[in-house]
Each structure stands twice: as structure tokens, then as C-alpha cells.
Design a protein around this ligand. Structure first.
Ligand code: HPA
Length: 264
């Protein structure tokens, strides 16, 4: 077990969480709903990556959400920061070593569908790795040939659908396409993404899904829609808009997740 995992195990004590979450833009507030909270900056955990993206400062928060033990990674490190698709490997390995079985990933994304405007929440049912990068490049074991035909766990997806129905919150569904970023897409790229079968575009999550499947974790993922893809609406895209809009869908997704985990 890594030093970081040992440190977290000691902090957990009798708490035995089965579920962990990665909180993307707009979801960070969910840590406030935790009771019996303990907080670690990524910088306190040996080997954890450091992010300098505003709104993404990394921390691990452990505690109980609606009574259920959980570990939250608030903030993540992206491929585009250092060109490292495996940037989140150490944190995800630590979660697996701590006995986490289910990983719930969240992000902010651009919508490719008129019927899924900013403020919507989209359950990710599959993805397209358009970056061509892979966090398992360089991995030596045969486990690198990780199957991705059921990357998103059917049972967890059903639980998300049920939680959103219980709360009467609309949950769209679709395919997330990973662009490396950090520049946004062009209108031509957005038209291409639509043609290729994507419903949303973003700059994260896919490498974490690949790593999580490699580590044997079940995965669920959801996007908060912060904008229409480039060329689908007037004006230029930027990070300010993402940060401004993320809390709108973020509040809905936070409620769904709280319900899901509280029921678990
Ligand atoms: N493109 C890529 N990533 C994003 C977007 C987008 O339109 N919105 C939020 N993250």
C-alpha cells in the first residue's frame, strides 16, 4: 500500500467506504454535505498530483454522506496540465487499495444537443476517446489490455436513474467525447463530434474511467452541462462560463448523488 493510502487508512479508522467520488467543476460544494469530515490537500499525500487549474485545487475529503461512508476527491488533475494521461493514477490506486469498489465521476461538459441546454445533467452511458491518449500506455502487465465494452456499470447507472426519478430531476443520457483541451473545440470539431455519435464534449473523466476499470472499480459518471458546444450558440467559450454555469447543474447532480449514496 502506498504511503498516501496508509495515511488515509489511518484517518478512516473504522469507516469502511465502498464508494468514492471525483468532484468536477460545480460539484465541490458536495463536500459540505459530509459529516465527520476529515480533509487532506493533495499536497499532503505523497505522490498525489498537483493541479493549478482554478476551481480544481485537489483535496481528499472523507466522511459520511447521508450517513454512508464515502471518500471524495474534490478537484482533479487533467491531461492537458502536463500531458500526462495517467495523472490521476496514484489517487485512484489509493482508493482501490482502501477497498473502494464503486467510483462516481463528475465533470462539466459542453452539450451537442439542442434538447440538453446548459443547466442539464447527463448520465454518461459510454464514451469516445478522441484524444488518442491512454493512461495505460507504458503499463507492462497484460492487465493493460483492459476491456471497455462495459466501462459504465449498468447497475450504478440504474441507481442514478432511480435516484433522479425519486427526486423528479431530469437526467439526460449520452455519450461523452474526450478532447484533450485545454483550448475549446472549433465549430467544425463540434459538428464532427455530433456526426460521430457524441452528446457532450469535455476535457476529463475518460482517462479516469480507463484507470478505474484497470483497477477493477465499477464506474458511474455524469456531466453537468455548462454550455452548448462551439458554434451552437453566439459568443466565445471560456473557463469563466464553465465556472459560472457549473453550479446550476451541479446542484441537481449533488442532490442525485446524495440520494444514491444515502440509499446505498
Ligand atoms: N468543451 C470542452 N470541455 C468543456 C466544455 C466544452 O464545450 N464545457 C465544459 N467543459
Amino acid at each position: 500500500m502506498s504511503d498516501a493510502a496508509l495515511l488515509l487508512r489511518e484517518a478512516l479508522g473504522d469507516l469502511k467506504p465502498r464508494t468514492a467520488m471525483v468532484l468536477g467543476s460545480g460539484l465541490g460544494g458536495l463536500t459540505e454535505a459530509l459529516s465527520d469530515k476529515q480533509y487532506f490537500a493533495f499536497s499532503e499525500l505523497p505522490g498525489f498530483p498537483l493541479s493549478a487549474v482554478s476551481g480544481h485545487e485537489g483535496s481528499v475529503v472523507i466522511g459520511r454522506l447521508a450517513g454512508t461512508p464515502v471518500i471524495m476527491l474534490s478537484g482533479r488533475v487533467h491531461y492537458y496540465e502536463q500531458g500526462d494521461a495517467a495523472a490521476m493514477r496514484v489517487p485512484l490506486e489509493a482508493l482501490a487499495a482502501l477497498g473502494i469498489e464503486e467510483l462516481l465521476l463528475t465533470n462539466a461538459a459542453g452539450s451537442l444537443r439542442e434538447d440538453m441546454p446548459p443547466g442539464s445533467v447527463m448520465l454518461i452511458t459510454d464514451h469516445i476517446n478522441y484524444s488518442g491518449m491512454n493512461p495505460l500506455i507504458g503499463e507492462k502487465s497484460d492487465r493493460r489490455f483492459t476491456g471497455m465494452s462495459q466501462a459504465y456499470d449498468a447497475g450504478l447507472a440504474d441507481a442514478m436513474r432511480q435516484a433522479s426519478r425519486d427526486l423528479d430531476i431530469q437526467l439526460a443520457e449520452g455519450v461523452y467525447m474526450w478532447f484533450s483541451g485545454p483550448s475549446f473545440e472549433t465549430p467544425a470539431e463540434i459538428r464532427m463530434a455530433r456526426t460521430l455519435g457524441a452528446d457532450a464534449v469535455g476535457m476529463s473523466t475518460v482517462p479516469e474511467v480507463i484507470l478505474a476499470r484497470f483497477l477493477g472499480l465499477k464506474v458511474a459518471a455524469a456531466s453537468v452541462i455548462t454550455n452548448f458546444g462551439a458554434g451552437m450558440s453566439q459568443g466565445e467559450l471560456g473557463h469563466e462560463e464553465t465556472k459560472e454555469m457549473a453550479p446550476i447543474g451541479g446542484r441537481k447532480l449533488a442532490a442525485i448523488v446524495k440520494r444514491l449514496i444515502g440509499e446505498g
